[in-house]
Design a protein around this ligand. Structure first.
Ligand code: SAM
Length: 286
């Protein structure tokens, strides 16, 4: 089977199987070999590696992964793609296909079976409608993880790597940066996909920290504070944390903690760094 990463081969496969794109599954297949080379390179896939691919589509990226890695497991939700994948990946004995929703798959078990429970690499051109649940699911559950190299919407990549004081800064930035070091690999225009997505895309690599960059006694309380702060972005932190149904913190307590941190009483959540949120959580959690 020829490499799929070009418009001619992709169209030929789609026609042979009379495949209809399912918009609800975020199907935009890669057709540019340079982008695929960049992804494999940035993910640092070597012959010892086990790779989990989310959403293989017709197998375009899977072919590259299979050539670079020891073992690939690819999880695809669309059952209509399975016979196509069995065909396009026929010559690779190191690829296992799973027809399921990635949000329901026990990834920890896959790491145990295929990688002796050691940290795994995840590589994907993600379906954009569930980017955040997929990424947060990987980090927040106890999946042994080395890195996540993924194609996402450009705007989401911006949110993942930005710091305080920008419009893109929010709960996703802080969550990602607590667990991983983000690195923007490449911006990718719509014409590298079939069909073309309506938005720009980017490849981002998130390398999981062995220990998070900040210490906090109760990370889940810190994330509650972060969510409450950004739910009411235009409000001061004091009001945001006071009004939040989940927290209902007394204003005086928040004011006292802000003073201890040397922050202005009217500060907004969007101005706080990750380490300031960590210290605030330790003060308010007492
Ligand atoms: N990897 C292929 C490529 O780069 O050409 C396809 C990428 S396409 C953007 C996203 C793929 O994820 C589609 O094949 C889609 O069917 C699949 N997908 C969507 N939701 C999924 C889910 N919940 N679990 C697993 N796969 C999913």
């Amino acid at each position: 089977m020829a490499k799929l990463a070009n418009p001619q081969e992709t169209i030929a496969v789609l026609q042979r199987y009379q495949f209809n794109f399912q918009k609800k599954y975020g199907q935009n297949f890669l057709i540019d070999p340079h982008v695929l080379d960049k992804i494999i390179d940035a993910a640092g896939i070597g012959p010892e590696d086990f790779v989990l691919e989310i959403g293989p589509g017709i197998g375009t990226m899977t072919q590259y992964l299979a050539e670079a890695a020891r073992q690939v497991v690819a999880v695809e939700i669309d059952k209509n793609l399975i016979p196509i994948l069995e065909d396009t990946l026929e010559e690779y004995s190191n690829v296992e296909l799973i027809n399921d929703d990635i949000l329901k798959v026990d990834i920890r078990k896959l790491a145990e079976i295929y990688n002796a429970g050691q940290p795994i690499k995840v590589v994907a051109n993600l379906p954009y409608y569930i980017t955040t649940p997929i990424i947060m699911g990987l980090f927040e559950t106890n999946v042994p993880l080395q890195s996540v190299t993924v194609m996402v919407q450009k705007e989401v990549a911006d949110r993942m790597q930005t710091g305080p004081g920008t419009k893109d800064y929010g709960a996703l930035s802080l969550a990602v940066q607590y667990y991983a070091e983000p690195y923007l690999v490449a911006n990718v225009p719509p014409n590298c996909f079939m069909p073309r997505p309506a938005v720009g895309s980017a490849v981002i690599r998130l390398t999981r920290y062995e220990t998070p960059p900040v210490e906090v006694k109760d990370p889940s309380f810190m994330f509650k504070l972060i969510r409450a702060s950004f739910n009411q972005r235009r409000k001061t932190l004091q009001n945001g944390l006071h009004n939040s149904g989940e927290l209902q913190l007394p204003k005086e307590k928040v004011a006292e903690a802000l003073e201890k941190l040397g922050l202005p009483a009217a500060v907004r959540g969007e101005k706080l760094t990750l380490s300031e949120f960590a210290r605030l959580a330790d003060l308010l959690g007492e």
